[in-house]
Design a protein. Structure first.
Length: 155
């Protein structure tokens, strides 16, 4: 027990040394905890920084009644010149025994998934990010919030 505090502090310092400033973060509430396949979470941010490395994250809050141990996202990024990139991302929400991985209280669990690491923006301007659920169901129950986070990387 007495060794847990120093290890926890060391881990926190190590993690904080890898990332510094949060450039952008926004979370969107999912109406009634049911994420419809047609409803994307839309985010926009502006950057003039084309030299610094950045990390992209997907934030997710789920309830205990979420019926799966994972989730698929379709992530579309539109560049200032109108070009788009689309990725399919799978994230694990529960371990093999069914225990939720995210931090939580009551019946809500918060997760932050590293989506892209150490990426540079190719051009300056306004970027648009749309995140859709990709779970082969029209109405995905148990998801209360989805978000996008952008940070500087110091490596």
């Amino acid at each position: 027990m007495k060794f847990q505090w120093p290890i926890g502090i060391a881990c926190a310092l190590l993690l904080s040394s890898c990332e510094s400033d949060v450039i952008f973060e926004e979370n969107i509430r999912i109406d009634q905890g049911v994420w419809k396949a047609v409803d994307g979470a839309h985010f926009e941010f502006e950057t003039n920084d084309t030299t610094t490395l950045h990390n992209f994250y997907i934030n997710l809050r789920n309830r205990e009644d979420y019926p799966y141990s994972n989730i698929y996202f379709f992530v579309e990024m539109e560049f200032p010149n109108g070009k788009k990139s689309v990725d399919t991302v799978e994230c694990t929400l529960a371990d093999a025994g069914g225990k939720w991985i995210g931090s939580g209280s009551a019946n809500l669990y918060d997760n932050r998934f590293l989506y892209q690491q150490a990426k540079q923006f190719p051009i300056a301007g306004r970027y648009k990010v749309d995140i859709h659920q990709g779970m082969r169901t029209e109405e995905l129950k148990g998801i209360t919030d989805v978000g996008f986070r952008l940070t500087h990387t110091q490596h």
